[in-house]
Structure formats: structure tokens, C-alpha cells
Design a protein around this ligand. Structure first.
Ligand code: GYE
Length: 313
């Protein structure tokens, strides 16, 4: 994301394709990095990008897609805020002969051929990784559960309701923990992937419960907000409460180094180059893979944390 903008030559401008890019908004550092990554990759390849920011509203996204269709762009790149409700507008794109690449978040459509392919994150896997971490971290307390009957209590900061990534993260996490009755999710609310809401929810749940063992947060923004609320109450994040977070923006890695976070699951926003490559292939009439997950790592408190490269966002 720190990449330099390159000037596009006249030749490229005359011959480049036009891509309509419908982005969700700017709710998190992840999102703004993702937008920049797509914009930079387009500029680099001489692809003309028509960018639309939906400001977290599905209706704005549908409007943007319709304007791309009216404008007759060559390809639509589309990050759906939620999973459902896209059949009609995608049918309109199909009727206009415009291929659609879905990226980052998934959609549910009756006719799978309404979009050409998907590239993005494996949110189910991210959720499972979080569950696995919790299982191992609480091995001792789990063992004593038979005698003490003292559960391991979990608070979940849920992402945007109805989005594939939040649902996937929640589902993967529960899937791993469901056969262990010692784990109890005592609170789960949507903070819309916003730092401010992460803070607000933390103020609420810290007031409601004084025996929280774990915070599982669907993104770093909400985590950082929650950490602020904890510290204001004199709690030690990462020690009094174990924290697992997803994205791996620099501030979360810094918090991991300071011991305020225990596990950071990477979600990679720098998909621009791959997205633009796929868009170019679609514009050339080629078929693309149906499903492509991007490479993602996991950073644990026990790792050699000095080896982590700067995240660039
Ligand atoms: O984790 C969060 C963002 O859809 C994977 O959306 C993305 C998520 C990301 O706002 O920070």
C-alpha cells in the first residue's frame, strides 16, 4: 500500500480498458489500503478505473453498478457489502454483456454464472484459526473444567451483519469450539468493523461482565477501540483478557509486540495487482478461476516478533 503512484502514459491511456470498481466504503484501515492497492495497480497497468465508494450502503452499491452498466465499462470489479440481494443488478450486467469479478466478500446468488469468479479472503479458515488458538491457549483451564465447572467466557466483536466475512469468521470459530462445552460465548454484537464501535461495545460489555477471558474481534479496528476502552478501565489487554484479532495492520502488530494482543490473523488487503490482472483477462474474453483465496499468515505472541516485516498500512 505504500507503493508510489506511477504516471500513466498517453499510449496506455488510449488503449487501456475501463473497469468500474464498486468499493464498500472506508470503514477501516484495511479498506482504505485495499482501495489504494486497486487504484495503484490500475494506474500501473494503464487501466482506467471508475471508482465508486458506497459509504456502507447496499443501495449505493446497486446504483454504482447500474451507472457502470450505463457507462458500458469493460469489466465490473465488485466488493459486496453483504451477501444477499444482488441477483437483479447482476442480471442487468449480464444482459449488457459486462463480466463481473467479485472480490474480498462473497455473494449468494441463485445463478452462479452471474459472476465470473471470486478472489479474496478465506474467512471460514480465519475463524477456525481463531478457534484453534483459543483451544490451545486455554488448555490448562479446560483441563480443570471437569472439577471447577468454571467456563472460559468469550466476547465476540462481530463485523458487518450479513457480510460473508463476518459470517465466515463467526462460523469457523464456532465450528472449532462447538464440541467443547467449557467455552461460552457470552456476548456477540456487531461493531460494523469500526474502531469507534469497537470502543463503544467494549465500554458496554466491560460494564456488563467482570469475568471475560477472551475477546475474539473480527477486525483490528474494533480491537484497537476495545483496547482503548480496557485501558481506560485499568485493565491490561492481552493479560487480563486474551485478544485475538483479524487483519494485521501495523497498529495490531505493534499491540502484539507490546503483549496487548495475543494472536493476529492476517487478512490481506493488497489484492490490487491480482484483481487488475483478472479484470484484464475478463476484458480479453478469457475465463478466470471460479474461486481464488489469497495467501494469509498468522502471527502468534510466541513467535519471533522482530521478524515481522512492516505492514505498510
Ligand atoms: O477484515 C475489515 C474490513 O471484508 C475482509 O472488511 C474485509 C474486512 C476486513 O473493513 O477490516
Amino acid at each position: 500500500c505504500g507503493a508510489q503512484k506511477k504516471k500513466v502514459s498517453q499510449f496506455e491511456e488510449d488503449h487501456g480498458i475501463i473497469v468500474g470498481f464498486s468499493q464498500i466504503g472506508a470503514e477501516s484501515a484495511w479498506r482504505t489500503c485495499n482501495t489504494r492497492s486497486v487504484q495503484d495497480a490500475a494506474a500501473e497497468k494503464g487501466v482506467q478505473l471508475v471508482y465508486a465508494n458506497a459509504e456502507q450502503k447496499q443501495e449505493n452499491q446497486i446504483k454504482a453498478l447500474r451507472s457502470f452498466i450505463a457507462y458500458q465499462v469493460d469489466v465490473i470489479v465488485f466488493i459486496p457489502i453483504v451477501t444477499d440481494g444482488w441477483d437483479n443488478v447482476l442480471q442487468e450486467a449480464r444482459d449488457a454483456g459486462i463480466p463481473v469479478l467479485v472480490t474480498d466478500r462473497k455473494i449468494a446468488v441463485e445463478d452462479q454464472s452471474l459472476y465470473a469468479g471470486f478472489i479474496g479472503t478465506d474467512s471460514l479458515k480465519e475463524g477456525r484459526t481463531a478457534g484453534q488458538f483459543v483451544l490451545e491457549k486455554f488448555a490448562a483451564k479446560r483441563e480443570s473444567f471437569g472439577q471447577t465447572k468454571e467456563p472460559i467466557t468469550i466476547v465476540e466483536l462481530f463485523g458487518t451483519e450479513g457480510s460473508s466475512v463476518a459470517n465466515g469468521r463467526a462460523e469457523g470459530f464456532r465450528e472449532v469450539l462447538k464440541s467443547y462445552p467449557e467455552f461460552q460465548i457470552i456476548y456477540s454484537k456487531s461493531g460494523d468493523f469500526l474502531r469507534s464501535k469497537g470502543y463503544e461495545l467494549a465500554v458496554e460489555f466491560l460494564e456488563m461482565y467482570d469475568d471475560i477471558d477472551v475477546i475474539f474481534s473480527h477486525n483490528d479496528g474494533m480491537t484497537l477501540g476495545a483496547i482503548e476502552a480496557m485501558e481506560e478501565r485499568g485493565l491490561r489487554p492481552g493479560k487480563d483478557i486474551v485478544i485475538i484479532t483479524i487483519d494485521a495492520q501495523q497498529e495490531a502488530i505493534d499491540a502484539l509486540r507490546e503483549g496487548k494482543v495475543n494472536c493476529v490473523i492476517e487478512c490481506n488487503p493488497k489484492t490490487g495487482p491480482e484483481i487488475i490482472k483478472l479484470a484484464q483477462r475478463l476484458a480479453a474474453g478469457e475465463t478466470i478461476p471460479r474461486l481464488q483465496y489469497v495467501h494469509e499468515e498468522v502471527f502468534y505472541e510466541t513467535d519471533n516478533l522482530s521478524l515481522i516485516e512492516p505492514r505498510g498500512y
